[in-house]
Design a protein around this ligand. Structure first.
Ligand code: DHE
Length: 685
């Protein structure tokens, strides 16, 4: 068994305990990692520092005097002796230790004996630090670490410790070609979204060799296996990666990142297919169903969307789309659904045919997350259903396409300079895109540079672009109720940027708790502060509401006027409807399985606290809420596991007035986002 050390919850020393994790990726067998014993002849602080290095404890803890020990997942160990004394004095400690020394030693051997309350501002989590530790260190090493923590050095790492610390190069173990190819694919599928294709960091930290090599294989593998409280998934615990596989990934991350290929317009056009030409499509709806009450449901791991009748709950059709399909947006008329996969494949579905039908498809990049349409209809022309735009992660560009056929015709690179330090960035990815109704304009959020581009598509071959300085790293967002202001999360800056689409300028930057993640947010009227837009957060259990009515409620405008506490962090989405008395919120990425399948509602008339929370299933995660057209029902996805029959996923439908369950739409494969046609066209959230 391979082991790893880090202090986190309690005092974390992580051993990668791996038992029976389902293998979902056929990986090559790992090159063995050998845990080296501490060099003989070391003692005292030097032996302790060596032991901390050996286990990679610094990946999760700040340990004064230990080179590279600046991790923030576990508690800061600078004053851990005092924290331990306080826990013993207050009787909070439930282990068998009677002294601080015993406490520290026990925390290494049995990390869950006591869960420290503060992991750098967030609550520490049970189970983050695996419990089988004793075989990693001998008694001498544990004793040395305990003595070290009893009296930690005041200064930074001393020269001798620096010398004794293993050099990154010595720690890095190469992987073979087969392992590299496998890890590259897994990185693309699971990691690139947050850390960047070139690993320069965005939602997650940078993972370039200068950052990863000092951490070493053991520490990196432990983070990959166990996740972090700030939203990094626990790939090992979830069963996506085995211990061996996390080690291959950890080694891959210490190598230089490979640069993927570019994609030309010619290559895009080679993938372009018009399956039903516009002239062969019906001129009026051919279905008797209320197609405006269809829900287009992402079936993530099936690479499909299900089109579900919002009146009868029947799955009307399943349409093949892109790999790990991500989101759907409707054309301005609502007739067409545009579905983007993570592989950059865009599918266009006609909702007017008797059975909805894919009418065109194209691939415009290798990695994408967003799609939007032209919505402007005014003095400058009618752009209804005229253009689509896809925002890519790799290559970093956006592509403008014909809205009727998906023929791509304009590619615009987003490679440019960061707004604050004016440094060239090779991978500024396109995050959310929304279409203005005030002007023929898309608001395109360029994640890494922190710039919001106002792209005028009136002459799309010669688009004018206004770049607005905002904050890094831009992610998701939505309109306020008036649709004049667009609010977008700069999630690693803990800010919401507000764009005034009428004036074409930044209206405000609002500070929030850690890692805001609104989806498109929720618009409602606060009894005290008037119209507000709310976001939940990945990094903290809190909903923040921001005043959005500068004319009627100038004192509240663009201020975080209310914080509503949630039982946990890890929230991805929040939703409401103008007809609803409630605001719904998930905690899909909470590391506690019970909370991850819990939804909460907040009463608009008493928004200071949560009204009710409940688990919606016995498996999977509760993720993403959507209302029906009338605003009387809420649909919530149970995001299951495609490899577990009976637990692949379902949608739970609630009566919004009573909060009672109405029905379940069963046996869906990993349903995540759901987009009601009417609500999506009209930006109702
Ligand atoms: Fe998403 C929206 C990016 C992971 C489900 N997601 C968005 C948007 C972006 C984004 C930029 C805004 C699009 C817009 O409005 O134009 N998402 C990313 C990532 O980079 C990230 C963090 C990591 C990744 O590797 O992809 C990521 N997203 C996820 C998931 O794991 C989710 C939960 C399920 C899945 O698809 O795998 C997921 N993202 C969604 C959904 C929306 C979304 C359902 C749209 C919400 C809405 O109501 O509009």
């Amino acid at each position: 068994m391979k082991k790893i050390c880090t202090f986190g919850a309690g005092l974390l020393l992580l051993v990668l305990v791996m038992a029976g994790c389902a293998e979902t990726n056929a990986a090559p067998s790992a090159t063995p990692t050998t845990v080296q014993p501490a060099p003989a002849g070391l003692y005292g602080p030097e032996l302790a520092a060596q032991a901390f290095q050996k286990g990679g404890c610094g990946a999760c803890h700040i340990i004064p005097g230990v080179k590279g020990a600046v991790g923030t997942i576990g508690p800061d160990l600078t004053n851990i002796n005092q924290t331990a004394q306080a826990a013993l004095d207050k009787g909070e400690y439930h282990g068998s230790a009677k002294t601080v020394q015993e406490f520290l030693a026990e925390s290494i051997r049995q990390p869950d004996a006591y869960i420290a309350p503060d992991c750098n501002g967030a609550p520490c989590q049970k189970g983050l630090m695996p419990s089988t530790l004793a075989d990693l260190f001998n008694d001498e090493e544990i004793n040395a670490m305990v003595q070290f923590l009893m009296n930690p050095p005041k200064e930074e790492a001393s020269a001798s410790q620096e010398e004794n610390a293993p050099t990154p190069a010595a720690q890095t173990e190469l992987i073979n070609e087969e392992e590299f190819a496998w890890a590259k694919q897994v990185y693309f599928e699971r990691c690139a979204g947050c850390h960047g294709t070139l690993r320069k960091g965005a939602t997650g930290p940078a993972l370039t060799p200068d950052k990863t090599q000092p951490k070493g294989t053991l520490a990196l593998a432990s983070i990959i296996f166990n996740g972090t409280p700030r939203g990094m998934p626990d790939w090992g615990k979830q069963g996506f990666l085995t211990q061996q596989q996390t080690e291959i990934m950890a080694k891959f991350l210490q190598e230089e990142p490979p640069t993927p290929p570019e994609m030309s317009l010619e290559q895009m056009k080679a993938t372009w297919k018009v399956l039903v030409p516009p002239e062969k499509r019906p001129t009026s709806p051919q279905t008797r169903r209320d197609w405006e009450n269809y829900f287009i449901v992402t079936l993530r791991d099936a690479g499909q969307v299900a089109i579900i009748d919002g009146d009868t709950y029947e799955v009307v059709d399943r349409v093949d789309t892109g790999y790990a399909v991500h989101i759907t947006r409707m054309s301005a008329s609502g007739r067409y659904a545009y579905v983007i996969g993570r592989d950059g494949k865009l599918a266009m579905i006609d909702l007017w045919t008797e059975i909805p039908q894919k009418v065109a498809e194209v691939q415009v990049c290798y990695d994408a997350r967003s799609v939007e349409v032209s919505k402007y209809n005014g003095q400058e022309g009618d752009f209804t259903d005229k253009y689509a735009v896809v925002g890519c992660y790799w290559p970093p560009h956006f592509v403008i396409l014909d809205g009727q056929t998906l023929e791509p015709f304009k590619v615009v690179s987003t490679r440019s300079y960061t707004f604050d330090t004016e440094e060239y960035h090779p991978e500024p990815r396109v995050a959310s895109i929304v279409a203005s109704t005030y002007k023929p304009e898309w608001i395109i959020n360029v994640k890494e540079t922190g710039l919001i581009w106002l792209v005028n598509y009136a002459d799309p071959n010669n688009p004018t672009i206004k770049m607005i300085e905002a904050a890094r790293f831009l992610h998701d967002g939505g309109w306020d109720a008036s649709k004049r202001y667009f609010l977008v999360a700069a999630n690693q800056s803990n800010k919401i940027a507000v764009i005034d689409a009428l004036e074409g300028k930044l209206a405000a930057l609002v500070d929030t708790p850690a890692v805001p993640h609104p989806g498109r947010g929720a618009n409602w009227v606060d009894p005290e502060f008037g119209p507000v837009w709310s976001t939940s957060h990945l990094g903290e259990g809190a909903i923040v509401s921001i005043g959005t009515d500068p004319e009627g409620h100038p004192d509240s405008a663009w201020k975080a006027v209310r914080v509503t506490p949630l039982p946990g962090s890890g929230s991805l989405f929040i939703k409401t409807h103008p007809n609803s008395p409630w605001i719904w919120v998930d905690m899909a990425l909470n590391s506690d399985p019970a909370l991850s399948r819990t939804v909460c509602v907040i009463a608009k008339k008493d928004p200071s606290k949560v009204y009710q929370c409940w688990e919606i299933a016995t498996y999977g995660r509760a993720v993403h809420m959507e209302y029906n057209r009338q605003g009387t029902e809420v649909w919530v996805s149970v995001w299951g596991d495609a490899s577990k029959p009976g637990e692949t996923g379902e949608i739970v439908v609630y009566d919004d007035a009573t909060l009672q369950e109405k029905t379940r739409i069963l046996n869906l494969v990993t349903p995540t986002g759901k987009f009601n046609v009417y609500n999506t066209v009209n930006d109702i959230y």
